[in-house]
Design a protein around this ligand. Structure first.
Ligand SMILES: Cc1cc2nc3c(=O)[nH]c(=O)nc-3n(C[C@H](O)[C@H](O)[C@H](O)COP(=O)(O)OP(=O)(O)OC[C@H]3O[C@@H](n4cnc5c(N)ncnc54)[C@H](O)[C@@H]3O)c2cc1C
Length: 444
């Protein structure tokens, strides 16, 4: 059996998951089973793949195996923006080539529709999934220029938007920091852990979900794949690998994936008096005009009223980050909250964490049939909530029924481009990130 080289390891708590009541005890893979389908990884991609398989292959035995608890990996560590529009992180203002962006938007919308359908079917409330739109906030003249360029791109794509001036931004956020914003209506805002746990609970009647059951080896013998875990195994003819960057740990796409960490902090619950001082709406989400800037959310619901701040990026080819980094990144989060919300001076952070994200140099996914009966739904680039959902859903389509118009669009994309050798890649990526963070200025 080919050994899986590395298992997922996260830094700090998955704050969104910590806000929720504890999940029931996990079901662990503790025997040797045979299934029609095996999905590995229960993030956005794995859950979408499993749900799609229940729709396409009703009655088949489907196993979903996850190394950790659902909601404790990157799927429970993100900022919860499920965005429909172009979101190229390597661009100065998210915009890519018009034709590619139009196709990506179509795929993203299919994913958001799929997620909305699941949220409705499984009775997830508006806190878990809400089609509310989101705002791209600008805090500097450079940010305003990036937003203006983004608006021109939206116009060329025929996409609706609304411009917000500084008073409108203050009315929304309670902050005088922003000079302007662009509202786009098609994004869903999710409480990520509530969403993925809700989807897992929804499919659990038709999918056997095994948690805390890392796949440590995967090999093909006699026309079937066998995935080994410390106390059991699954044998299945068809497998969907939905492990994002860890597809490289399974031996695929080696030196073709860029592994980075993003960092975030969440305040403690605000008191009633602090909520009054903060002002603004109870729930909103602002992405930065410069993709390297700060993503900010105001949440109100399970766990109370809080601010969630995300900024800073590190390149980590080993797919792990040291816990010590959390305090350095945390100082950056504290500064960004103080600048935006001086009225919250003294409100401390309750949670700080890091999470993995996987990119490719040419902004394409690791998608398709990568070995006989083995399908990849990995490397989501920016926007993994949406693109992960899309790649899982479309990998299931590809595996169960061959082609479809959206599958065809995914399979005609190039393969992820090869990275330069280390330490050249590390030096290049780290220098670029540092320079972009410096250039982002007030947007952080
Ligand atoms: C701080 C932060 C903020 C972010 N904000 C946003 C945002 O606002 N919007 C957005 O769209 N994206 C955001 N992201 C990115 C997003 O979270 C990811 O891109 C997304 O989770 C990818 O989904 P996925 O299902 O492909 O992979 P993952 O969510 O990483 O799921 C893969 C799963 O595979 C499991 N796995 C790995 N190896 C094994 C194994 N050997 N055996 C079994 N299971 C295994 C992992 O435990 C994991 O649960 C953010 C990320 C971070 C860290």
């Amino acid at each position: 059996m080919s050994r899986v080289a590395r298992l997922p390891c996260d830094s700090g708590p998955a704050a969104w998951n910590e806000l929720l009541p504890p999940a029931p005890s996990p079901r662990i893979l503790d025997s040797h089973i045979t299934a029609d389908w095996l999905v590995i990884g229960a993030g956005f991609a794995g859950l979408a793949a499993a749900r799609r398989l229940t729709q396409l292959c009703s009655g088949d035995r489907i196993a979903l195996v996850e190394a950790q608890r659902v909601g404790s990996g990157p799927a429970g560590r993100n900022s919860g923006f499920m965005i429909d529009l172009p979101h190229k992180l390597t661009a100065g203002n998210y915009a890519g080539a018009a034709a590619a962006d139009a196709t990506q938007t179509e795929i993203n919308r299919a994913a958001i529709d799929f997620a909305a359908g699941a949220a409705k079917e499984y009775g997830l409330g508006a806190e878990a999934f809400c089609l509310s739109g989101k705002v791209n906030g600008a805090a500097s003249s450079r940010g305003l220029a990036a937003n203006a360029a983004y608006v021109r791109h939206l116009e060329s794509l025929g996409e609706p938007y609304e411009l917000l001036d500084a008073p409108a931004m203050q009315e929304l956020t309670g902050s005088e920091y922003y000079l302007g914003g662009v509202f786009t209506p098609g994004a869903a805002m999710i409480q990520p852990a509530m969403f993925v746990r809700g989807i897992a609970a929804g499919i659990a009647g038709q999918v056997e979900i095994y948690e805390n059951s890392p796949v440590t080896g995967l090999s093909r013998r006699g026309g079937a794949w066998r995935a080994g875990s410390p106390s059991g195994s699954v044998t299945a003819p068809r497998v969907i690998l939905a492990v994002n960057g860890h597809v490289e740990s399974f031996g695929y796409f080696r030196r073709r994936l860029v592994h980075i960490h993003l960092y975030a902090s969440m305040t403690r619950a605000l008191t009633g008096e602090e909520v009054r001082r903060l002002g603004g709406a109870p729930r909103w989400g602002v992405t930065p005009s410069d993709p390297i800037g700060s993503t900010v959310r105001r949440i109100s619901g399970t766990g109370g009223d809080r601010i969630v701040m995300r900024n800073r990026v590190t390149y980590d080819p080993g797919m792990e980050t040291e816990s010590a980094r959390l305090s350095v990144m945390g100082e950056s989060h504290d500064r960004s909250v103080r600048k935006r919300f001086p009225q919250l001076n003294g409100v401390e952070m309750e949670y700080r964490w890091g999470g993995r994200l996987c990119l490719s140099l040419n902004d394409v996914p690791a998608f398709g049939e990568i070995d006989e009966g083995l399908f990849a739904a990995c490397c989501q680039n920016g926007l993994g909530t949406t693109k992960g959902t899309a790649s899982g859903m479309l990998a299931a389509d590809l595996a169960a029924q061959g082609n479809s118009p959206l599958v065809a669009r995914m399979t005609t994309l190039d393969q992820p481009r090869r990275l330069p050798p280390e330490p050249v890649a590390w030096l290049g990526a780290t220098a670029t990130l540092k320079w972009r963070e410096w250039r982002a200025g007030r947007e952080i």
